[in-house]
Design a protein around this ligand. Structure first.
Ligand SMILES: *[C@@H]1O[C@H](CO)[C@@H](O)[C@H](O)[C@H]1NC(C)=O
Ligand SMILES: *[C@@H]1O[C@H](CO)[C@@H](O)[C@H](O)[C@H]1NC(C)=O
Length: 728
């Protein structure tokens, strides 16, 4: 029987491995040189030298880890036509979970665009069930969803008739060139667009006033759940089936069925910990089990709309494949952001992360990233992989028309209470795991350890598109959260090398450690961008001189790694400038986000601060937006991370100028020869930091680095030079 998906090896791997072996030899030579040329005891520079050894040992170790994903990369391709031939309409039911947490940072209009985009999948509507979990418990979100359930009656047939793409109305109507010329279509188009605009206006005005008009409230019983005593942190479970796909009133204009649509706000009480998104997901798993109980669950964040109406069919090609499908536990799609500018100033395209994930596919499967992922329901409920296990693809609730929708709602509500999980395995053996900000990663790890594989599906047309960060502060915060979550997993009992030992392959353990060790990368990087430059100022040599053969491995390793990086960037259609911006962000993320990640993880470990979770804000003001489009870096506020960035930039400038002056005037009797590599390193850092100097001294707009930050960084530079130069 023909396979439903193909696995293709990426070309050029022999070349890559050959290259990697040479780089490995280079790294060994560098370390050998370091070990055999340690300055004598008592000389200046010995401590600095030992620090260099430590940093390079770390970089070498991390480089080895990274090879787990680069050694054997593969790509997956699906055959949806074969799926259609073989299964026709006998496809399994699918439950889709959309999670939202806060109506302020995730506006209701954004949420319903996502909901509508997943309702409009090219999939039999009676087999599709969409659940919205609203952890903000907001009547505004409920109201918006109710409006969406009415609009869906027009939107879904429109999408299906005209094969509209993408199926998020917000994304679709923002592209004006999508208009058709023929008159009938045009009329239809304007009609639906009009309906959509009226709806968003009504929702926006409700959001602005914070109130739902009384006449609206009268139209749906669900509104009566809210009263004046309710707060987002203290309320009863709310559950409303807005569209019951199986029967009653769910018929749209053209007498097609609509997907089931459910609103859930699980119970919140101050005395119970709500476990963030993992808690919401677990409540949804239970609630959906009495409403639809589909064998496949897909979950997506509320800010990631579906950009490809065939994603379900793509994912099913893996699960339903007769030969390999039974091993596959989940299918992960990459995260893609719109709002990434041409030269991607904050390196938000996540190209490197997605490339890593795709590399993991061959060693056991990508990590579960928490959004854009299809799971088997059974594996989320803790099932182990066994050869005998046969999925019942026909399962799902087939309710009789007479069953009272009210009874179903009441039953589902009882599963969304705070007390339900008390003394159960939920959050531990069953469902998503609790107790860590990166609950998705450990959940995925546990699934892999139970014997399942996963698949990374990265079609050329993005399956899910989210709103990326558009300011430096947001990017830094996002990466801090990611690195901190992953590092705390690495230090916990879920450390891939221990938890995975004997359960997953060593290469897979290494792959899991790559994000796990993002955060500690900060320390050697910080060392490398500061100490060699100070050494230049103080005329302490830390690298071999240019005439020595030892210089070759240093130059070889650094240039080959950077060239490879550049090659990959250009291959994935990044611009040269985009790559360069990525290098700057590489340093900035490491010396800020990752450093904070280390500090906060350690503070958590010793119990200094409680675990918190910051929702990244999705909106920015007009000026910021304009600067973002012009690709000017946004600072503006005086936060401590900007002081770090400015201090490092300034310090390198001072060291370069100071060092070069000494070389030229020759007062220290030294030649360029000895300090060649240090001059290069410091020089590259200065060039890369040009936008930082501009933001400190040249720019006049509100997004510049505030004067207080500049002042503080000047102070720190003076302090560092005064304190450290004597001891290096
Ligand atoms: C993202 O980009 C779209 C158009 O490209 C724009 O309309 C929207 O406001 C942007 N969103 C944010 C949050 O920046
Ligand atoms: C999203 O889908 C549209 C087609 O509807 C496509 O043109 C576009 O390239 C897709 N976006 C990405 C980032 O792949």
């Amino acid at each position: 029987m023909k396979r439903l998906f193909a696995t293709e090896k990426l070309g050029g791997r022999v070349l890559y491995r050959f290259q990697a072996i040479r780089v490995f030899v280079g790294i060994c030579l560098v370390l050998y040189y370091r070990a055999t040329h340690i300055p004598a005891d008592g000389t200046t520079g010995r401590a600095a030298w030992l620090g260099m050894v430590a940093a390079e040992v770390w970089f070498g170790f991390y480089w080895v880890l990274m090879q787990s994903g680069r050694w054997y990369p593969i790509r997956r391709r699906t055959f949806k036509d074969r799926l259609a031939d073989r299964f026709g309409e006998r496809l399994p039911c699918v439950d889709i979970f959309v999670c939202t947490a806060d109506p302020k940072s995730e506006p209701p209009n954004l949420v319903i665009s996502t909901v509508l985009s997943v309702m409009a999948y090219n999939y039999p509507a009676e087999k599709l069930n969409v659940y919205l979990s609203d952890d903000g418990g907001s009547i505004l979100t409920f109201y918006a969803l109710w409006e969406a359930s009415l609009f869906a009656k027009h939107w879904l047939p429109f999408c299906k008739t005209y094969k509209v793409e993408p199926r998020s109305p917000a994304a679709y109507f923002s592209e004006t060139d999508k208009r058709r010329d023929d008159l009938h279509t045009l009329k239809e188009w304007s009609f639906v667009k009009g309906l959509y605009e009226e709806m968003t206006k009504r929702i926006d005005s409700a959001v602005v006033s914070g109130k739902i008009p009384e006449e609206m409230k009268a139209k749906h019983k669900g509104f009566s759940e809210w009263n004046s005593e309710m707060t987002p942190k203290n309320h009863q479970p709310i559950l409303q089936i807005l569209i019951d796909g199986k029967h009653i009133n769910a018929n749209d204009r053209e007498v097609n069925v609509l997907p089931t649509l459910v609103y859930m706000a699980r119970e919140k009480r101050p005395q119970y910990h709500h476990n963030f998104k993992a808690g919401a997901m677990n409540a949804l798993i239970r609630v959906s089990s009495v409403i639809s109980n589909s064998p496949i669950i897909m979950n997506v964040d509320c800010d990631m709309y579906s950009n490809n109406s065939d994603s379900i069919r793509d994912a099913l090609c893996f699960f339903l494949d007769e030969e390999m499908g039974h091993k596959i536990g989940f299918v992960q799609y990459p995260q893609t952001y719109n709002n990434v500018t041409k030269n991607d100033i904050y390196d938000n395209s996540l190209r490197v992360i997605n490339q890593d994930l795709s590399g993991f596919d061959s060693v056991g499967g990508p990590l579960y990233c928490g959004s854009g992922c299809f799971h088997r329901r059974e594996i989320l409920c803790g099932r182990r992989y066994t050869q005998e296990y046969k999925e019942d693809w026909d399962r799902g609730i087939k309710r009789k028309t007479q069953v009272n929708i009210y009874q179903t709602e009441e039953k589902a509500k009882s599963l969304a209470t705070c007390a339900y999980e008390y003394k159960t395995q939920w959050g531990n053996e069953i469902g998503l795991k609790y107790g860590c900000p990166a609950e998705d990663i450990i959940t995925g790890l546990a699934i892999h350890c139970r014997g399942w594989e996963s698949v990374f599906m990265s079609p050329s047309r993005a399956a899910f598109i989210g709103v990326g960060p558009t300011t430096l502060a947001q990017t830094i915060l996002q990466h801090k959260r990611w690195s901190e979550g992953n590092f705390s997993i690495f230090l916990s009992k879920y450390c891939p090398f221990f938890f995975g030992h004997g359960n997953i392959r060593l290469l897979h353990q290494m792959a899991y450690s790559i994000p796990g060790l993002w955060a500690p990368n900060s320390l050697p990087t910080l060392y490398y961008v500061i100490i060699p430059s100070l050494g230049l100022l103080k005329s302490t040599p830390l690298f071999p001189e240019i005439m020595s053969p030892w210089v070759i491995p240093f130059l070889y390793v650094s240039s080959v790694e950077n060239m490879y990086n550049l090659y990959e960037a250009l291959l994935s259609r990044e611009t040269l400038k985009g790559w360069w911006n990525g290098q700057r962000m590489w340093i900035i993320k490491r010396i800020t986000s990752y450093l904070y990640g280390v500090i906060d993880t350690i503070r958590n470990l010793v119990g200094l601060s409680k675990m918190g979770f910051a929702v990244t804000s999705k909106v920015s003001n007009k000026d910021e937006w304009k600067r973002y489009e012009q690709e000017i870096m946004e600072f503006g506020s005086s936060s401590p991370e900007y002081v770090i960035i400015a201090t490092v930039a300034l310090l390198n400038h001072v060291c370069l100028v100071g060092g070069l002056c000494q070389i030229i005037t020759g007062t220290w009797h030294m030649a360029l020869n000895i300090f060649f590599l240090q001059v290069i390193l410091c020089g590259v850092l200065v060039i890369i930091n040009i936008p930082i100097y501009e933001a400190m001294f040249l720019r006049k707009d509100t997004g510049r680095i505030p004067f207080s930050v500049t002042l503080a960084s000047i102070g720190f530079v003076i302090l560092i030079v005064a304190l450290f130069v004597p001891i290096i």
